[in-house]
Ligand binder design. Structure first.
Ligand code: B3K
Ligand code: ZN
Length: 888
């Protein structure tokens, strides 16, 4: 009864939000008993069900890939004609108001390569239930609006599985006479099945405590395989910081006596917020100076916090149905971004997030898989854990914050948690809490949940007799069939800079507009609540035409076109008070430089020189990090997304040329910066250390482009040998992997050295695969050698991503080769993976779905690979949805 046995075309029926109906019965108490034996696990459940709808007389329990052993109602075993079982469900008929159902099923976690439901990862058993994995464990009302209290009993071999974990508090533990052990966990909080978790293994544990704001002591435990436990301290530190921050920033206190994190090697995504028992990909927990880069440390910080914050935004208040997914994900991404901003640099965090949004989310929102933040239909919900649901969803929450202001926003979240605690809510409920707390009409604002695509905003300026007039025109996203789109309620933050570079203080008396206007930041920023297709703003009383700083803080997720003099952009790079606008102005200079249709008047290489000059004197980590960010040329995917009508190789050539010219034009400056930010302090993953390394490594990368041959090899070798951390070592290795200025032997020996030193550290070896797979110097034979390597494991998602996702997303030279070999390489892998792990296969398809932005030859080649995939008779539901929507 596997998914593969059922043709995807049959299984993949669209499910519509409009068809949502509350369940006729609910389950109030769920008692589970797991008997774990090699090759077979028996799951016995007792479900206490209650009728909600008087017209209902049957219950549908969902189940997939299960062997049904028995079904009983109130202790009486049913004959097979008293229920209906299909390969997707079990329906029990003739029910009254209340019953106890007893169901016994068998599963085989050892054979589960999809990593959904109960599966094995190295020496342990673990679960992943969101969104619809619980139905692979037992028949159940596997839908988020059914909230039950769970008790979970686990029986397993005592010697091999000393750690038997589930949600809630441990209430019983017995050693059985046959060498097996039985434990029982009880979770007092009602929860939907997607938050269920079980782990059985022989694990090491790092333990600590946290005292909550009301004085309760909570035990904190991080479990990992023994050889990784010394890499868990940073995650523990983050966990404690997150718990404190959520109390202070959102008034949210932890509610159980214990909070556990388990690190597992084989995991489809980053981590999972199961109640009291978070299961994490090792890549989002483990960190030590030699095994994690600064980016990896930041990811651990963000993900530990994100999953912890879900305890309220997701668990205490959950989603009514999966169309509401952004209710918990967008909100929680917003919360983790605020946490990271408070822990590190707010401006740089914002810049990183907008860079990601523009290069990845905008692309999704402009392609065949574009969907609103609250989709109205899906075939396979796993395909909707997208950057639109997460990152654009977080932008929508940020806009509430901007429109309401921090205090009213906090009142809104308090109200939302109070109103909906212990229940399953909707994005409309969230909007209602915000509207009530902020005393603001958000009816139009809700279009952000309903209309797909990135809206466009055009800004036209005019100035005469001391009056600046801005005409701001919204137009809908450039998507098929979206002519009916209505204007959005958009917060647009802007400011004015005078010709000396000073920020102008504004006065409402001098401002008129057809939209709501408010002043923020000590009257330095004007916030427009634009609601109409055309908004006009007039600012009078000015002595000379100021420079307009538009969309401060990226106050709305839109594409802006602003006809203006390039000199004004260079001016903003230097003088604006908003870090995001300074960075954004620099990005615009670069994109114009690479745009064949624009005659740029400012050379970004010269502006870069000014930035590099001032970077020498940056005093604070915040300034240093911002400088490092601004000194980087926009990445390839960012440019692909910002430009139209480009040819891949020509654009990549132009970008390489710009890097080379920036390197040589300011060679002395790069050398000075490398020296200035060369630290003799031991590695610390703190703001100061990260900022110095970021700036030092950006400068080192430029410096390396001014050299070649043995001089370059010696420079790389010296820096590699001197590095006491993975961040610096990775920078050298990345340069070596991409540089054609060094010999193949040198590159090979550096890679070999790195491999020999770190071969026992899976995450470091992922990086080793990744840097090679994304190198423009690799060819298909080289990629085939990588996947034939003894350490390549097609069943491990991290390893798969380290080669195939790195190749498809980051190796634009070779992936887009005009002979189609890159597309073919990826499509073959997708087909192979689909039989093992449909979620991973479907994810890897993303680069092929972006075909619309490439030239017609490449589009044809990509389409032909998608066509071949679509013709496979055994496609999973996951992959089928992506492929047919892309070909539509
Ligand atoms: N909620 C999980 C994601 C589950 C993905 C299921 N395919 C992790 C997170 O967003 O926190
Ligand atoms: Zn999440």
């Amino acid at each position: 009864m596997s998914d593969q046995a059922e043709p995807a075309q049959v299984a993949a029926k669209a499910i519509y939000l409009a068809d949502y109906r509350p369940p006729g019965y609910t389950t109030t108490q769920t008692d589970l008993h797991f008997d774990i034996c090699d090759g077979q696990t028996t799951v016995a459940s007792t479900l206490h069900i209650e009728r909600l709808d008087t017209a209902a007389d049957c219950i549908e329990l969902l189940g997939e890939e299960l062997t049904l052993v028995s079904v009983a109602v109130d202790g009486r075993e049913l004959a097979t004609n008293e229920y209906d079982v299909t390969n997707r469900s079990l329906t029990i008929f003739n029910l009254a108001d209340q019953h106890q159902l007893q169901i016994v099923t068998q599963i085989c976690p050892e054979q589960n390569t999809a990593l959904e439901g109960l599966y094995r990862s190295s020496s342990m058993y673990c679960t992943q239930c969101e969104a619809e994995g619980f139905r692979k464990i037992t028949y159940y009302q596997d839908r988020p609006d059914v909230l039950a209290k769970f008790t979970t009993t686990i029986v397993a071999d005592a010697a091999r599985y000393p750690n038997l974990l589930s949600n809630g508090n441990l209430i019983d533990e017995v050693l059985l006479s046959d060498g097996r052990r039985q434990v029982t966990w009880q979770d007092p909080f009602p929860k939907p099945s997607y938050l269920f978790a079980l782990v059985a293994g022989d694990l090491a544990v790092l333990e600590d405590t946290f005292t909550t704001m009301s004085g309760r002591e909570v035990t904190l435990q991080i479990f990992s395989e023994a050889h990784n436990i010394d890499q868990c301290d940073y995650a523990m530190d983050v966990l404690k910081r997150s718990m404190r921050w959520d109390e202070q920033a959102f008034g949210r206190e932890y509610d159980l006596d214990i909070f556990m994190i388990v690190a597992v090697e084989d995991f489809n995504m980053g981590a999972m917020e199961n109640k009291g028992l978070n299961v994490f990909n090792t890549s989002c927990v483990l960190a030590s100076p030699n095994t994690a880069t600064d980016e990896a440390y930041q990811r651990v910080e963000a993900v530990v916090a994100h999953e912890y914050f879900h305890n309220w935004s997701g668990n205490r208040v959950t989603c009514r149905d999966w169309f509401q997914l952004s209710l918990k994900e967008g909100f929680t991404v917003f919360r983790d971004a605020e946490f990271s901003s408070d822990m590190n640099s707010r401006a740089v965090k914002r810049i990183e997030d907008v860079g990601f949004l523009r290069s990845i989310q905008f692309a999704e929102d402009a392609g065949p898989l574009a969907h609103p933040v609250r989709p109205s239909s899906y075939m396979e919900i796993s395909n909707f854990y997208t950057t639109t649901i997460y990152e654009k969803g977080a932008e929508v929450v940020r806009m509430y914050h901007t429109l309401l202001g921090a205090d009213a926003f906090r009142k809104g979240t308090d109200l939302y948690f109070d109103r909906h605690d212990g229940t399953a809510a909707t994005t409309d409920d969230f909007a209602a809490a915000m509207a009530d707390a902020g005393q603001i009409d958000l009816a139009q604002f809700k279009r952000w949940y309903q209309q797909p695509g990135t809206p466009r905003v055009a800004v036209e300026e005019s100035f005469s007799e001391g009056v600046l007039s801005l005409k701001i025109t919204q137009s809908p996203a450039d998507l098929p069939n979206q002519e009916h789109q209505q204007p959005f309620h958009m917060p647009l933050a802007m400011g004015l800079i005078d010709h000396q570079g000073g920020s102008i203080s504004l006065d409402t008396a001098n401002i008129s507009s057809n939209s709501d206007v408010e002043l923020r930041d000590n009257a330095q920023t004007l916030l427009l609540g634009a609601k109409d297709a055309v908004s006009e703003v007039r600012v009078s009383g000015l002595t000379a035409k100021p420079v307009v700083s538009f969309l401060r803080g990226f106050s709305a997720p839109v594409r802006v076109s602003h006809q203006r003099d390039d000199a004004e952009l260079a001016f903003l790079v230097q003088y604006d008070i908003d870090g995001f606008v300074r960075w954004d102005a620099m990005q615009t200079l670069w994109t114009q430089h690479f745009d064949a249709n624009v005659e740029a008047t400012v050379d970004p290489v010269a502006t870069l020189g000014e930035l590099a000059k001032s970077a020498v004197h940056c005093a604070t980590p915040e300034q240093q990090l911002l400088a490092a960010t601004m000194l980087s040329v926009p990445n390839e995917n960012y440019l692909f997304e910002q430009l139209r009508g480009f040819e891949v190789d020509a654009l990549l050539d132009a970008r390489d040329a710009a890097l080379a010219s920036a390197a040589t034009a300011h060679a002395d400056r790069w050398a000075e910066l490398v020296e200035r930010y060369d630290s003799d302090q031991a590695y610390q993953p703190d703001a100061q250390g990260m900022a110095q390394r970021a700036l030092g490594n950006v400068a080192f990368s430029y410096l390396s482009k001014t050299l070649q041959g043995s001089v370059l090899e010696e420079l790389l070798q010296a820096r590699y040998a001197q590095a006491d951390n993975l961040t610096d070592r990775r920078t050298v290795l990345a340069i070596a992997c991409r540089s054609d200025g060094i010999s193949g032997e040198f590159r090979h020996s550096l890679l070999q050295d790195f491999y020999d030193a770190w071969q026992d550290y899976a995450l470091v070896i992922d990086l080793w695969f990744n840097l090679q797979a994304q190198s423009p110097l690799i060819d298909i034979a080289g990629l085939q050698t990588l996947v034939a390597h003894a350490d390549f494991d097609v069943k491990n998602p991290n390893r798969v991503r380290s080669v195939y996702a790195a190749f498809g997303m980051l190796n634009n030279r070779k992936f887009h080769a005009l002979d189609g070999s890159g597309y073919q390489f990826l499509a073959d892998a997708i087909m192979q993976l689909d039989a093992l792990n449909p979620q991973i296969a479907s994810r890897l398809t993303t680069p092929l779905t972006r075909m619309g932005r490439y030239d017609s030859a490449r589009q044809r080649l990509m389409r032909s690979q998608l066509n071949t995939l679509s013709e496979s008779p055994s496609l999973s539901r996951d992959l089928y949805e992506i492929v047919i929507k892309s070909l539509a």
